[in-house]
Design a protein around this ligand. Structure first.
Ligand code: B3K
Ligand code: ZN
Length: 891
């Protein structure tokens, strides 16, 4: 059982708030040591509920006075809340004064200090670390905020909404007063007081309204903000064009901060961003960084409607805003990518991420439904399930009602709920009601099992061709494995986008038994029972089924296809996603056979030839080639096994990589030369794809050279590293050297550090690269340990902590899982250390052990010991305790 005093919050216990706070007027006397907060709230009782005490949240703050309608009132502290028993019957003005200490706030939740400035992070429950409040998303108030601070230390004073007044206070202090006309929950409050500069852009939206866009950064970073600003403008244009949702603010601000627990935060009109998702120049950021900026800027902007205009009734509904907004940012990036093939590349990347992170989560100790039923720390539930699987659930709705139907659903959702705090049920209902004659509307209660049942369903497909009747019968069967607290599950509604591919690669017309004519050559079968049969008529030769096209549902598919079928799909499938998938399956079959069996890995000619054909294909996009020639990750391979030996997986995968490096040597060299990008840097999909393929080729060439004792390619890589005109190529060349353990890696790493010693985000890359190098003889782990002592390393900066600790423990299984348990000792030491500094971040990193119980011995026992050691820390935070407690329940 879980220990500790932290309580379990249950979804079924939801009750409406006993009071409403209609407006709040906040005044801040900002000071890093002690900030004074004066809060004046218009409060009224919720007439629907019996008369009761007002209970306000407050955490780590010091109360100095409480007045109701100007009179002092008695209060008490109970269960960490401020309780006021006797209050006026009717609406009243509540005034609270309290202090907090930004400089002591290492948790980076609430008001904290970073790089000499003051910043806030309130979602989910950080506002209570600033002042006493009904800190829950269904209490929405209109905010007026006055910031008073030293003019020299904090020349820029920002909060949500519009600037209504500013001026001098004498004594070197100044003030700014902001008003946000939109009622909002406290988690969307923000303030910034810092020495910053802004890139500005005035735009006019379709309705003819003018808006001011600003991106605030530290002095010296201004030239790194162009891409973020362009991404913001593109997001605004896209949301209006695709969903008819315009920018509703006169002023929209983005502020970059160097110390931040996650990617970014959608505070109304004042988004606060991790610098990683704002700052980019060709010299310092990779193509992946550029794409990340576009997608995160889009994501936070899209929250302005999905999250801010309509918010969550309670935190169990988190996916209402997160799943939907991830779906929107994925669609945005796809639309920005342009060509069909570039869209498929984006989809492949998203699915790869889902499988790499969400599938393990759904099978491990932290498995939970998209709409969780309980939590101890809500911050532990900002998960891949709520975000990425939540997005897949929204995507399935779009698949079931069509793109236009889905846009109609969104319109109805806003007609019904604008300005409200609602539930996932409300959302699904709106999409269904706007599309009455669809499978979604017909099956809505069953469809919503995607919100309530955890775990990744298994979909098993078998086809049977009957030559005499010229029919092909497809059987689809779903099963769901038990999850914690959910032993039994009912069938899901699974949309299966599919086609039938002829042996010659032709897309066959699809006519189901009982239909008069074929309905195109791609369709969506809706599986709503445990098992169903679909009989296609007028089929002359046994086809190859191409199922779950575009990954139309978040399931694990067993299609029982033979190698020959997969080779056909890899060569001919009109669906690019399934084409890639066929390649991955061919690789995976071989990897798993070698991992499970005693026979050493030996690659067969048909497989190698098929990969060569992809690599040399005259029409396929470079980005697609790169994805197809990249082997399934060690983490994804581990998910295919019931007992996981990480070293075995690592060894086999490395062996296969090396064989491909050698067998395709000339082809890699050809691809490297073919994919050079001339001219200035542009992060567009086509150029980025070429760079990715050139870099993969270079890595493979260096790997092959290392085994053959050849020095030509490492020499070329070193030269390219030195001459590179952009970070993608520079880091690519450096990676080729480190990953092949070349002698030139060391001087290159030193040079890289010297070149970028003042660029924090690049130094993060330098740490991460060393921590994620494929392990060889324990060298990588030894180096990571050494790097803990590097003067540039710090646990206090989340990006830096992640660049070494998460990189090693989460992204480098071959280095982390050691037979001598040293990796787990390293992990436990860091979690214990970090828990006292930043519990949210520590809890995130603690998740490394979610899947410990699937490990083979000796890993399993050693992991258990490490978990118990963390659990034994006397003052362990409730954040980490929840994660570790759930992991230990698997023992
Ligand atoms: N809504 C924030 C995440 C807040 C995380 C709190 N632990 C960023 C986002 O999803 O857009
Ligand atoms: Zn979000």
């Amino acid at each position: 059982m879980r220990e500790g005093t932290a309580t379990l919050i249950r979804r079924e216990d939801y009750t409406a708030p006993a009071f409403w706070i209609r407006s709040v007027d906040l005044t801040f006397e900002l000071d890093p040591v002690k900030t004074l907060v004066i809060s004046r709230m218009q409060v009224e009782r919720n007439a629907d509920l019996p008369v009761q005490a007002l209970r306000l949240h407050g955490d780590d703050i010091v109360l100095t006075r409480v007045l109701a309608n100007g009179e002092s009132v008695s209060f008490r502290h109970e269960d960490g809340m401020l309780v006021i028993d006797s209050l006026p019957e009717g609406p009243f003005l509540l005034e609270i004064r309290n202090t907090c200490s930004p400089e002591k706030n290492t948790a980076l939740s609430g008001l904290y200090q970073s790089g000499g400035g003051l910043f806030t992070q309130c979602e989910a429950e950080g506002f209570r670390r600033i002042t006493y409040f009904l800190d829950r998303p269904d209490v929405m108030a209109v905010y007026t905020v006055t910031l008073r601070a030293s003019k020299a230390a904090y020349p820029v004073l920002l909060s949500n909404g519009n600037l209504v007044e500013q001026g001098d206070l004498g004594n070197g202090r100044h003030f700014a007063k902001w008003h946000d006309p939109f009622p909002k929950p406290s988690y969307l409050f923000a303030l910034v007081a810092a020495d910053l500069v802004a890139r500005e852009q005035h735009i006019r939206t379709r309705s003819g309204k003018d808006h001011l866009l600003q991106v605030y950064v530290r002095r010296g970073d201004l030239e790194k903000t162009e891409h973020a600003m362009n991404s913001l403008i593109a997001s605004i244009v896209w949301d209006e064009a695709r969903f008819g949702l315009p920018l509703d603010l006169e002023r929209f601000m983005i502020v970059a901060v160097g110390d931040f627990n996650m990617g970014a935060m959608e505070n109304k009109g004042l988004n606060i961003f991790n610098t990683k998702f704002v700052l980019a120049t060709p010299a310092t950021a990779t193509d992946v960084d550029y794409a990340g900026i576009e997608s995160v800027v889009g994501h936070e902007y899209f929250h302005n409607w999905t999250g801010n205009r309509i918010t969550c009734r309670d935190w169990f509904q988190l996916s209402l805003k997160e799943g939907l907004t991830v779906f929107r940012d994925q669609e945005f990036s796809m639309d920005m990518a342009g060509s069909a093939s570039a869209r498929a590349v984006k989809r492949i990347e998203d699915v790869r991420q889902l499988r790499q992170v969400q599938f393990p989560e759904d099978a491990g100790s932290m498995a939970h439904p998209v709409r969780p039923d309980s939590y101890v720390e809500i911050n532990n539930f900002y998960t891949a399930t709520v975000y990425e699987k939540g997005s897949e659930v929204v995507r399935m709705m779009q698949t079931l009602v069509g793109r236009e139907g889905f846009a109609r659903g969104i319109t109805l959702y806003f007609e019904r709920h604008d300005g409200q705090a609602v539930t996932c049920d409300d959302f699904a209902q709106a999409i269904a009601d706007a599309n009455p004659d669809t499978a979604l509307a017909r099956l809505l209660p069953q469809f919503k099992r995607w919100y309530s049942q955890a775990g990744t369903p298994r979909l098993s497909a078998r086809g049977r061709f009957d030559a005499p009747t010229r029919t092909y019968t497809l059987s689809l069967e779903q099963t769901a494995l038990p999850s914690p607290g959910q032993p039994e599950k009912a069938p899901f509604v699974i949309p299966v986008a599919m086609g039938l591919v002829g042996r010659d690669g032709a897309a066959l017309p699809l006519q189901l038994e009982g239909e008069d004519a074929p309905v195109g050559n791609e369709r969506v079968l809706v599986l709503d029972e445990a098992r169903n049969f679909y009989t296609f008529v007028n089929i002359d030769v046994e086809p190859v089924p191409s199922l779950l096209r575009g990954f139309s549902a978040p399931v694990v598919l067993a299609d029982h296809l033979a190698d020959a079928d997969l080779l056909t799909l890899l060569q001919h499938d009109p669906d690019a996603f399934n084409r890639w998938e066929a390649g991955q399956r061919l690789a995976m079959n071989r990897l798993l056979a070698a991992i499970g069996g005693e026979a050493p890995l030996a690659l067969d000619t048909p497989f190698v030839d098929a990969l060569r054909n992809v690599l040399r294909h005259p029409e396929l996009d470079a980005a697609f080639k790169e994805l197809t020639l990249t082997l399934p990750s060690e983490t994804y391979l581990a998910e295919q096994l019931s007992v996981v030996d990480p070293q075995k997986i690592h060894t086999v995968r490395e062996a296969m990589k090396l064989q491909l490096a050698r067998e395709l040597r000339d082809d890699w060299a050809w691809a490297f030369e073919q994919n050079q990008v001339a001219g200035g840097y542009s992060p567009d999909a086509a150029s980025a794809g070429k760079r990715a393929l050139a870099n993969l080729s270079l890595s493979m060439l260096c790997l092959g050279s290392a085994a053959d004792g050849d020095t030509v390619w490492p020499g070329r890589a070193f030269q390219r590293f030195k001459d590179a005109g952009n970070m993608t190529d520079r880091l690519g060349a450096l990676t080729a050297l480190t990953a092949s353990h070349s002698e030139l890696a060391e001087p290159a790493l030193q040079r890289f550090h010297a070149l970028f010693k003042d660029e924090a985000l690049v130094i993060d890359k330098w740490f991460a690269l060393q921590a994620t190098t494929p392990e060889k003889d324990g060298r990588v782990f030894a180096r990571a340990k050494q790097l803990l002592k590097h003067p540039d390393f710090s646990l206090r900066n989340p990006n830096r902590a992640r660049s070494l600790i998460s990189a090693l423990c989460m992204s480098n299984p071959g280095a982390f899982h050691r037979t001598d348990a040293a990796g787990y000792v390293f992990w436990a030491d860091r979690i214990i250390e970090l828990d006292s500094i930043n519990p949210q971040l520590a809890a995130r990193m603690a998740r490394v052990m979610d899947r410990w119980s699937a490990l083979a011995e000796p890993y399993r026992s050693a992991a258990h010991v490490a978990l118990q050691r963390v659990a034994a820390k006397p003052d362990l935070s409730s954040d980490v305790r929840e994660i570790i407690g759930r992991a230990l329940e698997q023992a």
